[in-house]
Ligand binder design. Structure first.
Ligand code: 4AD
Ligand code: MG
Length: 461
């Protein structure tokens, strides 16, 4: 007999009246006066549950195990698929055979009972929370976002490149890193974490420098992996371990890479609208938020671009910062960004051409010699989702920046060689995957869009 997924049933892929096998978990169970038992089963393939109708008169044994089953039990069901007369659901299964595979041992203590739980409560049960509708929806969208990104770049002739997780370089130059130590099994071994690799190494904060090497040969590349940052910031938008997409495009400038981003974001969002509509509807119902319209509107417009200098001007005009301050001396903080995105523009924006002093060594100096060809993309209620720049491809300028920032030039020998041998103008960006998922789903805390969040003082599960 065919084992089917609930998603396929709701996509009309299974013939009505066929006998099917469904495997999943009980979400709800209700008795009716007419000796019927209604069991809602989910299998994670979609947000819908499938109603199983058990006619108790047909059970050979009146103490059949299904009578004692509770939400959370895993079940195996065989039955006939029928169109439901009930307006709430399109399909149901008239049961022939049903078995409990795994029991919920102490049902009163089951933390994922069918009542609604707060996101904070669910965080204490990161191993069980995927059983809830909300985390199920987030997980399916997360998976689709990953898929659509690979799909977009594959279709546009980019190559996926693996950048190393263990590295000795702090690409961004700012912020603390997690060091990688060699843990000795036996005493007396002379290895220490410093001499295992011959130098001190860390978990990577960015794969950018590595993929620049590949962009200077394969032209269009990206890397996509976990990133580690030891920022001691316990906010709703920071994780110590998060996922970043990084893209690098040879023979390109700032405008070219921003164009790639606009196309990519639209591709991802359109993909989610096409493939995860029911998950999005669930968020709309839960948060009373018009998420689908927000995403559709996103497809209609290009993200607004402004220069850093003009962003500062707006802040001055609105008395958020002092009138006579010089724009090169003011670093945008979170409050400034919030004002610009949430209050002033009320839509995603790209801020470009930042003063060089606020940005890392690798960004290309503009002809004014004061700003760099860099940009941040800010989204309402979240802030920065993407950061990128044109890279400094001219060795003299690059060396000057390395000196200005007092970095050790010997650490960058291989990176500088990319500028010695066949250098090329190139640009790239990094996208914080979890922050993009926050935008798509409307989820307010980044800890809820990654399965097992790592944050200061929290590496449980
Ligand atoms: O702006 P960032 O630091 O850029 C880079 O690392 C560049 N090397 C990227 C590149 O050009 N290849 O980080 C990029 C994005 C941010 O815009 C943000 O969305 C996300 O990564 N991000 C974080 N997300 C969650 N938790 C954190 N602690 C994050 N730090 C950055
Ligand atoms: Mg940034």
């Amino acid at each position: 007999m065919k084992s089917v997924s609930i998603k396929d049933i709701f996509k009309n892929k299974i013939l009505i009246n066929s006998i099917v096998k469904v495997q999943g978990w009980i979400k709800n169970k209700r008795n009716s006066k007419s000796n019927l038992l209604f069991i809602d089963v989910y299998d994670g393939s979609c947000v819908n549950t499938l109603q199983i109708i058990v006619n108790k008169n047909l059970l050979v044994n009146k103490n059949h195990e299904i009578i004692k089953s509770t939400p959370g039990c895993s079940v195996y069901v065989e039955g006939r698929l029928v169109s439901s007369l009930n307006t709430k659901q399109k399909f149901e299964i008239h049961m022939y055979k049903i078995n409990v595979i795994g029991w919920v041992k102490k049902p009163d203590l089951y933390p994922m009972s069918s009542k609604r739980h707060s996101m904070e409560h669910l965080r204490n049960f990161a191993h069980l929370r995927p059983r809830t509708n909300i985390i199920g929806c987030i997980s399916r969208i997360r998976s689709s976002v990953f898929y659509s990104i690979h799909d977009f770049f594959h279709k546009n002739n980019y190559h996926w490149v693996a950048s190393p997780i263990i590295t000795s370089l702090n690409t961004e130059g700012a912020g603390d890193m997690f060091s990688v130590k060699y843990s000795k099994k036996k005493e007396n071994k002379k290895l220490t974490y410093k001499n295992f690799f011959g130098k001190e190494v860390f978990l990577t904060v960015s794969g950018q420098l590595s993929i620049e090497a590949y962009a200077c040969a394969l032209s269009k590349v990206y890397t996509f992996g976990p990133i580690f940052r030891a920022e001691n910031s316990n906010t709703t938008r920071h994780l110590s371990e998060f996922w970043m997409l990084e893209v690098e495009l040879a023979f390109s400038n700032l405008n070219n890479i921003i164009e790639v981003i606009q196309k990519m974001l639209k591709y991802i969002i359109n993909f989610i609208l096409q493939n995860n509509k029911n998950d999005l509807r669930f968020f709309e119902k839960t948060f009373h938020d018009n998420i689908i319209n927000k995403l559709k509107n996103f497809l209609e417009t290009n993200i607004k671009r402004i220069n850093y200098k003009d962003a500062i001007k707006i802040l001055k005009e609105n008395k958020i910062i002092e009138k006579d301050s010089i724009y090169l001396d003011i670093e945008l903080n979170l409050d400034h960004e919030k004002f610009l995105v949430d209050k002033y523009f009320k839509q995603p924006i790209i801020i470009q051409n930042y003063p060089k002093s606020f940005k890392p060594f690798y960004m290309r100096i503009n002809s004014d010699k004061k700003t760099v060809a860099a940009f941040d993309i800010l989204f309402p209620k979240i802030g920065e989702i993407i950061g990128g720049s044109q890279r400094e491809e001219r060795i003299l300028y690059l060396d000057k920046r390395i000196q200005e920032l007092k970095l050790n030039i010997n650490d960058y020998t291989w990176y500088r060689e990319l500028r010695f041998y066949g250098t090329v103008p190139h640009s790239g960006f990094g996208l914080g995957l979890e922050r993009l998922i926050m935008y798509i789903t409307g989820i307010k805390n980044i800890k809820d869009v990654i399965p097992f969040p790592r944050t200061p003082k929290n590496a449980n599960f």
